[in-house]
Design a protein. Structure first.
Ligand code: OGA
Ligand code: NI
Length: 327
């Protein structure tokens, strides 16, 4: 199981310069979405602009308590500290497994990232597959997952409204959609080296909501073609849009390319929650966003089609799944 296209060819990224975030990272106060209509409209517009101009933003006042966030990071961190044999029980090359543990390495020896990926919605269906160690894992990760899913649905409504489709557009498909939690552990950066933990890619799905224990995420700024360091204030969640959003919006919103770098001083935990339609539900361009000037730019596909594409190794041919959908 995997969540991302992982296939933006490195050479497409002309610059490797790292800049501080300019323009400033949009910070959306989610609590304002439930205030009077004028305030909601303003926030919907802010979200629409962030999606259109950048493809990423951050949310505060999202309703997930600091203790729920801290405990989820702690549970993840405890999981990665377990003996290798315990973690290896979840190791598999089969990307359709409900829980999958693995490591990736750039030089074949030292891991640059260790991950645990599992589905999280509906919890009653998936939690029984999750690790039982550490003993807090299921409860703490379950609370965090449920909170993040609520935030994702709220954001999706606002984004659909911003696209002029109305907040209830394809409501049932989003309600019944899947959630994939990708829990990452990055080691400390080796002395004197500058290392990438996770290569540039875009995520499949509509939205990714990310919580991390410290900085390390970088997003590609499309206008300047440079990497921007993402600073995440303690209580904020980082959000970026994925391939399905680009498809549904007929390219009005572009998927966000991002990567993770290793830190000198400390290991890093991150949790990327990916939200999409159910496994076999097709995502297609919204017909309302198609006309003679703007013909349909993408073919329809499901999450299952995406997994099939990954397994067929077609992405090794340097075409991302999203590129394969272009008409
Ligand atoms: C991912 C991802 C970024 C990070 O898991 O898809 O992009 O900072 N993670 O760990
Ligand atoms: Ni990603």
């Amino acid at each position: 199981m995997s969540c991302d296209s992982r296939s933006t060819p490195q050479e497409q990224l002309r610059s490797d310069k790292v800049h501080p975030p300019v323009p400033p990272m949009p910070v959306i106060n989610l609590g304002h979405l439930t205030l009077e209509p004028e305030t909601r409209s303003r926030v919907v517009e802010d979200i629409a602009n962030a999606c259109h101009d950048l493809g990423y933003f951050q949310v505060i006042n999202h309703g997930i308590s600091q203790s729920v966030m801290d405990r989820a990071v702690e549970a993840a961190s405890e999981f990665f500290k377990l003996p290798s044999e315990t973690k290896q029980e979840f190791a598999s090359d089969d990307i359709r497994r409900p829980v999958r543990y693995g490591t990736s390495s750039k030089d074949g020896t030292r891991p640059s990232r260790t991950f645990l990926k599992h589905y999280a919605h509906p919890l009653s269906e998936w939690m029984k597959y999750w690790p039982e160690k550490p003993p807090t894992y299921r409860e703490d990760m379950g609370k965090f997952s449920a909170g993040v899913r609520r935030v994702a649905l709220e954001l999706m409504e606002a984004i659909l409204e911003g696209l002029g489709l109305g907040k209830h557009y394809q409501h049932e498909e989003f309600e019944n959609g899947l959630q994939l939690l990708q829990v990452n552990c990055y080691p400390k950066e080796p002395e004197g080296e500058s290392a990438i933990g996770l290569a540039p890619h875009s995520d499949h799905g509509f939205l990714t909501i990310l919580l991390a224990s410290c900085p390390g995420l970088e997003v590609l700024d499309r206008s300047s073609d440079t990497w921007r360091v993402v600073q995440q204030p303690r209580h904020a969640l980082h959000v970026h849009v994925g391939d399905c959003m680009e498809v549904l919006s007929n390219g009005r919103v572009k998927t966000a390319v991002h990567r993770a770098v290793l830190n000198h001083g400390e290991a890093r935990i991150s949790m990327a929650s990916i939200h999409s339609f159910a496994m076999h539900e097709k995502v297609s361009v919204a017909k309302e966003l198609v006309d003679e000037q703007d013909p349909e730019k993408y073919k329809e596909s499901s999450f299952s089609d995406f997994l099939d594409y990954l397994m067929s190794n077609a992405d090794k041919k340097r075409m991302s799944f999203l590129e394969s959908l272009r008409t």
